[in-house]
Ligand binder design. Sequence first.
Ligand code: ADP
Ligand code: MG
Length: 262
Amino acid sequence: MAKVIAVANQKGGVGKTTTSVNLAASMAATKRKVLLIDLDPQGNATMGSGVDKYDVPKTSYELLVDEEPIDDVLVHETSGGYDLLAANSDVTAAEIKLMEFFAREVRLRKAIAPVRERYDYIFIDCPPSLNMLTVNAMAAADSILVPMQCEYYALEGLTALMDTISKLASIVNPDLKIEGILRTMFDPRNRLAADVAAQLKQHFGEKVYRTVIPRNVRLAEAPSFGKPAMYYDKTSNGAKAYLALAGEIIRRQESNQTKVAG
Ligand code: ADP
Ligand code: MG
């Protein structure tokens, strides 16, 4: 049964899409069956997976608004080795249309139910706001992965985000967990960033991944080639960091399962 992880942070430009694409590819490379759901009308995860958002026949819109079966909407085996539910500007209309529906928060959860058995991981790349699409992602997910940059206001922003998540979760998904907090675009030469990174670890402890994603130009370049970084430059520090993150997530999950079973 797939573990569903929403990659969310209401701030833009923190590395949500980069994390979604590269983590999906890294998990697929370790022989996991992966589905990536693009819920951002910008369609960056779609383009970064080598799927042309201007040319894709169906998107999350058809899934959420028209209730088309997920198998009719999916793109199979993208350049990263995972399946994709695409997004483009049509998804902006979906956000508005959703408001008309009864039980509008759980459309995504219902839509992916038939394929949860088929995957090991389902990642959801959320838009940079707390709109009805993000609410759908939170209702559908088992847990939330929060990417963040180590900036001056990071700690404050994260505390506010955690509050919002727990309020939302109490309404739409009381079982929702924090999967982890990921430090992204890290530059070790920046003293402030290093201080903030350490503070995050102090405040949020085990929730913060040991893996840190470095600032790495290959991660920024890869999307323009329609590939995750590991298929653009597998020797890059960015590609290696996301592989390490995949390993860390898998190990965490395995040790949690042992705990529950024991
Ligand atoms: P979000 O989805 O949160 O808006 P993105 O993943 O799109 O953020 O990242 C914002 C910008 O920063 C993009 O241009 C992306 O290529 C770049 N970027 C993301 N992570 C890194 C990184 N670790 N190193 C260098 N550039 C990065
Ligand atoms: Mg994005």
